[in-house]
Design a protein around this ligand. Structure first.
Ligand SMILES: [Cu+2]
Length: 188
């Protein structure tokens, strides 16, 4: 992707250079249409089409999600709900407890403004948008703590909106879920 965008940038710079030179040489009459169409439209279009195809083909295949977590962005904290916890739904704040080695479906929403849900070590980011349900699948291969961060500026408390994904083995996860409250406790 870096090489592709670099090639587009270099092409644009070359065209700008050609345009400036043509003007300062005092022969502005000719309009090099093939340069505009070729360099300005066809070239970037084909580079981006190739990158798009590559991104789709190279994306790792995610298995069927086997675990579901609902996350709501608030100013300025993350509410986490486990709808499928045994017994009753459970809640946590700023921490997602997930099973290790299993694709986790994250259903993402927001209550006030747009937030950005991102755990760099687990994959791409996704906007959390009020009135909309976005879906994201993460797989945490190793047990442990993965740092996440709100990646969309959402107001004065934006920088204080980090969160954690904690991947557990099976027995530990059910113990943790049992210890969580069955109602949202609000902002921590
Ligand atoms: Cu935010």
């Amino acid at each position: 992707m870096a090489w592709g965008s670099l090639s587009v940038l270099l092409m644009m710079l070359a065209l700008v250079f050609l345009a400036i030179r043509a003007r300062s040489s005092g022969r502005p009459g000719r309009r090099p249409l093939w340069l505009l169409l070729g360099g300005g439209v066809l070239f970037p279009l084909s580079v981006m089409a190739a990158l798009l195809a590559y991104a789709y083909l190279a994306a790792p295949a995610q298995g069927e999600p086997a675990y579901r977590v609902q996350v709501t962005g608030h100013r300025w904290w993350w509410e986490v709900r486990y709808p499928d916890a045994p017994g009753a739904a459970r809640y946590s704040a700023n921490v997602l407890h997930v099973p290790r080695g299993v694709p986790v479906l994250i259903e993402l929403g927001a209550s006030d403004v747009i937030h950005g849900f991102w755990v760099p070590r687990l994959g791409g980011k996704m906007d959390a948008i009020p009135g909309r349900l976005n879906k994201l699948v993460y797989t945490a291969e190793e047990a442990g703590v993965y740092q996440g961060q709100c990646a969309e500026y959402c107001g004065i408390g934006h920088a204080a909106m980090p969160f954690q994904v904690v991947a557990h083995n099976e027995a530990e996860l059910s113990r943790v879920l049992d210890s969580l409250p069955t109602h949202s406790q609000g902002s921590p």
